[in-house]
Design a protein around this ligand. Sequence first.
Ligand code: UDX
Length: 438
Amino acid sequence: MKIAVIGTGYVGLVQGTCLADSGNDVVCVDKLEEKIAGLLRGEIPIYEPGLAELVHRNAKDGRLKFTTDLAEGIADAELIFIAVGTPQGDDGGANLSGVWAVGEQLAKHLSDRDHPKTIVIKSTVPVGTNAELARRMSLLTDVPFHVASNPEFLKEGAAIDDFSKPDRVVVGVRSPEVAEKLHELYAPFLRTDRPFLVMSPESAEMTKYVANCMLAVKISFINEMANLCESYKADINDVRRGIGHDQRIGFHFLFPGVGYGGSCFPKDVRAMIHMARSKDMTSRMMEAVDEVNESQKAVLPRKITEHFGGLEGLKGKTIALWGLAFKPKTDDIREAPALVLIDAMLAAGATVRCHDPEAMPNVREIYGDRVTFCDRPYGCLEQADALAIVTEWNEFRNPDFEIMRRLLRQPVVFDGRNLYDPERMTELGFTYSGIGCS
Ligand code: UDX
């Protein structure tokens, strides 16, 4: 199939590359000249395991092209995916100016009356956006076209795998032919037991938000329970096992931590709050989820401050940080809890040394030399008065505790991801504090 993908951000680049890899002819379009020039030189703007190899191979084989010229990019395409950003606006709702701008340009360049193109919104957009896009474009062109919704459920760090083996594909369409075309496109990726779900564009748009909100609910719920466990000297790790065996509850996505970050959950939870308000309703659940998450990001800073006897005691101390990205296997630091911790430590007059396998360049852009960046996890511990673990990269899971103890000025570990066994840490001579266990 001939496909155009507009927007070479995270979603668009993965979508375009994976579709090219399954034999389609794909043109990725982006208005940012620098980005396209980089991609043409084989430079991948984000870190995502496996993506660079796939881009290089498919570009070399001629199935994956890059351009800044939208008209040229969509000329032959029967399917056009819109994958531009929909950042959080000032009012908490999604900012759709990117989607409308692309719609306007598409309307200008549509010309084939006999073969209507299908425009598929991949970006996460509030309910009603497909209908509104169709309305806006119809005012600008009388060439027929279709619109469809096809929400994205990829996880950063596992995007290629998620794309190739989706749990389900959801499409929101108004006509069976469009559903058929999209089914044909995704059939190679759907294992026999995985459904292709066809619904209205409104339901598809809602599905994306409900999925992310549900996942955010789980995280804020377990974080709140973890904090309660800690106050009552119960261990959330045991409690988690105790509830997870109930099949109605399960084990997935119930790991307590430092709060969720990233480009999706914070933004989508707030967009849901905004969508409720727009209908004169209140999403009390999602307001609470957002609030709990914000306060969870403050748990590690609070514990560290208390350990050193308050802000005065923290002044002049050195805190080592393992992990900066909002989760492992990505360099993404959007809404990352590590940034809240760094801000708090610097504000208290502490020195921060940090290590992350991928995210250090992005953090350096914010803090410059106000923070010390260390190439190695152990080097980061030298002369530090405590270690805080913020992201559960695999390399932090099984360290040499003897070396850690020797390097740290004081053997104090604040573990924001519950990577270690509290009893063992105490036996080894550490002052150890996890989330919901100690
Ligand atoms: C998420 C959704 O999973 C994905 O389906 C959607 O398309 C985009 O948003 P992503 O943001 O890449 O994906 O990351 P995810 O792995 O879902 O983790 C999100 C955040 O939740 C991270 O900060 C992570 O640390 C946190 N988390 C996750 C927990 O704190 N506990 C958990 O049990 C799971």
